[in-house]
Write a protein that binds this ligand. Structure first.
Ligand code: AMP
Length: 472
């Protein structure tokens, strides 16, 4: 039986106009910029004359891709890479991406950000016809379906298009064949994917910050339901969307993406700053200063301060060498991580009334510890403002929030949460204000399932039962 793997990942790809470019180092830099999207494993595959060479491992990009490891990858024409994050199931290198397969039509290699909602069904069907899987990841299922469809049609992009008829859920994909690079985004556009140019070469990344850092120019976002194909140094694009509505994950703006990224036409820093502004309007309170919980609360804290005219200050020092606290799978490990990661600056916080801003409360563990450390450092009052609405729903589309039981807001009122976490006051950004901010995006609709438990597509009953019963 396969254990469940849920992930929030980052993908990067490059198609060069030359045949023998050193693409692995550029891909490494691109992936390092997307590291916040996945810290568990990473991998790079390079296409050299139709042969695919892949290196992948558990660990951070900078640790896995040391010079010795990079030297194992040849120069080539196309490269794709992946960073992966999962909390359920043991971290296993077999689940790392890219997934590379040889089949009747040559080589195929896939990287994926998102999560399918019909993986089990697809896997069972494929297994009935003799497919064998090495990993528990849905990406391998996607890879098999594309390979199966490729036997029926004349090109990899047509095979990808056919495959999308079977895939339900969230997928931003890069598919590398012996000669082509195909980028595709599911018809709702749950997860971001953008395209840039590095000189004449084409670059794809989950977030635009990766394009900036390698020196590429941002061209545009891949549209929901779009397939972009690069072959013989030419780009072509096709849309397979029928009547699906936009459904970008709104939590990309709230927390997942980096503030220097523009996601579907909206800068993430700007989004968060506006969230702070609306919070100040919605929930004013008198205090000595406004501070953000590093890093994801800082932009909204700035917005709150600018709008309320209450000074902004730095309340914590963050230890740069500790990864995201969520990476720790057990509650105990996570509790210790918080203290190690954030330490208050006593001279700033002592005897002060603080407006503290964070991006979200999920389980409530992190903020409880943070408030405790602030109290210990002498803070007089802590008024917590959260730059998103109460987190009420599990996510089926590529994040690790898979159990409703763990979500503090599903069990307690705002007042009860305030009491439990030890704040003097607590207010969440309203859904109405969140939606107002999101109007700045090019997307016309969002997946707000984490706040509303309503999703842009139907979630199969078995999956819902599965999540409630099996996870944790
Ligand atoms: P907690 O309330 O202890 O569950 O932690 C919530 C904090 O973790 C938020 O303030 C975010 O900064 C961060 N966070 C929110 N959602 C996620 C997620 N899906 N994966 C990792 N970290 C997250």
């Amino acid at each position: 039986m396969f254990s469940k793997i849920k992930e929030e990942c980052g993908i990067f790809g490059i198609y060069s106009m030359e045949n023998n470019e050193d693409l692995a180092p550029i891909t490494t830099v691109g992936l390092a910029c997307l590291q916040h999207r996945g810290e568990e494993s990473c991998g790079i595959a390079v296409n050299d004359g139709g042969l695919i060479y892949c290196e992948k491992d558990l660990g951070l990009v900078a640790d896995v891709f040391r010079p010795e490891r990079l030297a194992k990858l040849p120069t080539g024409k196309i490269a794709i890479g992946h960073v992966r994050y999962s909390t359920t199931g043991a971290p296993r290198v077999e689940n790392a991406q890219p997934i590379v397969k040889r089949y009747a039509k040559g080589n195929i290699c896939v990287v994926h950000n998102g999560n399918l909602t019909n993986t089990e069904e697809l896997r069972n069907e494929l297994e009935e016809h003799g497919a064998i899987f090495n990993s528990t990841s849905d990406t391998e299922v996607i890879c098999s379906i594309i390979a199966r469809e490729r036997r029926k049609v004349g090109s990899i992009e047509e095979a990808v298009k056919n495959a999308t008829k079977y895939l339900k859920g969230a997928y931003s994909l890069l598919v590398m064949s012996s000669r082509k690079l195909v980028a595709v985004r599911d018809p709702h556009g749950f997860r971001p994917l953008c395209m840039g140019k590095l000189g004449n070469d084409y670059v794809f990344a989950s977030e635009s910050c990766a394009l900036d850092v390698i020196g590429a120019t941002f061209e545009r976002d891949i549209k929901p339901g779009e397939i972009v194909t690069l072959y013989q140094n030419e780009m072509k694009t096709e849309n397979f969307r029928t009547n699906e509505k936009d459904g970008l994950c709104i939590f990309e703006y709230v927390y997942f993406s980096r503030p220097d990224s523009n996601v579907d036409g909206m800068n993430v820093h700007k989004f968060r700053e506006l969230a702070g502004k609306y919070l100040a309007e919605q929930a004013p309170v008198d205090a000595d200063f406004v501070a953000g919980v590093p890093d994801s609360g800082l932009d909204a804290a700035l917005g709150y301060s600018k709008y309320s005219k209450i000074p902004y200050d730095i309340a914590f020092v963050k230890n740069k060498y500790i990864g995201r606290t969520f990476i720790q799978s057990t509650q105990n490990k996570r509790k210790n991580q918080v203290a190690l990661k954030l330490n208050p600056i006593p001279s700033t916080v002592k005897d002060k009334r603080i407006i503290l801003i964070d991006d979200s409360i999920v389980r409530g563990t992190t903020i409880t510890r943070i408030i405790k450390t602030l109290r210990r450092a002498g803070a007089k009052e802590i008024h917590l403002r959260i730059a998103s609405p109460a987190f009420l729903g599990v996510c089926y589309f590529g994040t690790d929030v898979t159990n409703k039981d763990g979500l503090i807001a599903t069990k307690k009122t705002v007042e009860e949460i305030r009491e439990e976490i030890g704040a003097d006051s607590l207010e969440y950004l309203s859904l109405e204000n969140l939606r107002k901010i999101a109007e700045g995006s090019n997307m016309k609709g969002f997946c707000e399932g984490c706040f509303t438990s309503k999703y842009p597509i139907e979630v199969p009953d078995e999956l819902q039962k599965d999540k409630f019963e099996k996870i944790f």
